[in-house]
Design a binder for this molecule. Structure first.
Ligand code: ATP
Ligand code: MG
Length: 253
């Protein structure tokens, strides 16, 4: 007999009905996919690491006043989240050229960008999440101009926070992707950071060596993905029973 109702099963996560209306349980799977699911594998431990890391980033964002869908972690693989209406866009923030941008513009991977650049792709697996201009987003009604005016500063705040946290542990935040959700309070909507923030959705390079510590390890067969994600978690102090955001102050007399 099913323990609870499954709402959606995606490539990396499963959503179940939550204990209260307006909540969901997000279960992190070990499945890894790349190139629009053409490449697939099960990477033992990835779900546990991403559940921890997403909790760490979401709670850190909340502590500086950036709203997110995160409520609390339930266990090794699951977290309780607010149910949101997902805006069908991947909001991508880039600090250095990499991936599709490097290819499109003929830039060497790692070229610093003049300023953080935000781009949007339309969430549609069949189309391969195509890059879309703001004009399309508004014309097709995926989000309003007001939404975009709120999303851009939100994404930049997430970028500043994540860049700073990663820089503090010797990691360069090359780029990342977030999803944004709407929460309705009667007729009033709030936008929150939803989905996940993890090495699956960021490009993270070691500042010293340039070693990749993100999903590119899997995309490009560069070694063990679990080792890379464990290294990120270790540096951030995200340990199984000890999730902290800052080092404890030491008394000096
Ligand atoms: N708070 C939330 N409320 C409702 N839906 C959410 C929330 N957070 C994330 N989601 C959605 O849940 C799904 C998570 O599953 P997963 O990331 O495995 O999907 P996916 O295979 O990547 O598919 P998609 O292309 O829809 O992201 C995504 O569709 C995501 O948009
Ligand atoms: Mg997804």
């Amino acid at each position: 007999m099913a323990r609870r109702k499954k709402i959606y099963e995606g490539k990396a996560k499963i959503l179940y009905e939550g204990p209260e209306p307006g909540t969901l349980v997000q279960y992190f799977k070990d499945d890894a996919t790349a190139f629009n699911a053409e490449k697939k594998a099960v990477i033992e431990g990835k779900g546990v690491l991403n559940n921890r890391l997403s909790e760490f980033f979401m709670t850190g964002l909340q502590s500086i006043g950036v709203p997110t869908h995160f409520i609390k972690r339930l266990n090794m693989r699951e977290q309780l989240i607010r149910q949101v209406e997902i805006i069908p866009l991947e909001v991508i923030v880039r600090n250095f050229a990499a991936g599709s941008m490097a290819k499109r513009l003929g830039l060497e991977e790692g070229t610093p960008l003049p300023r953080p650049i935000i781009e949007f792709s339309y969430k549609d697996d069949k189309l391969g999440d195509p890059l879309v201009p703001e004009e399309y987003i508004i014309a097709f009604g995926w989000a309003s101009q007001q939404d975009l005016d709120d999303i851009v500063p939100l994404a930049l705040r997430v970028n500043d926070f994540l860049s700073g946290v990663m820089h503090g542990v010797g990691i360069k935040l090359v780029d990342f992707k977030i999803e944004i959700g709407r929460i309705w309070d009667n007729d009033y909507q709030r936008l929150v950071v939803a989905d996940e923030i993890s090495p699956d959705s960021c490009r993270l390079w070691d500042i010293e060596s340039g070693q990749k510590l993100d999903k590119d390890v899997f995309r490009k067969d560069l070694g063990s993905l679990t080792d890379a994600y464990t290294e990120v978690a270790r540096r951030l102090g995200v340990l199984p029973s000890n999730v902290t955001h800052r080092p404890r102050p030491t008394l000096i007399n």
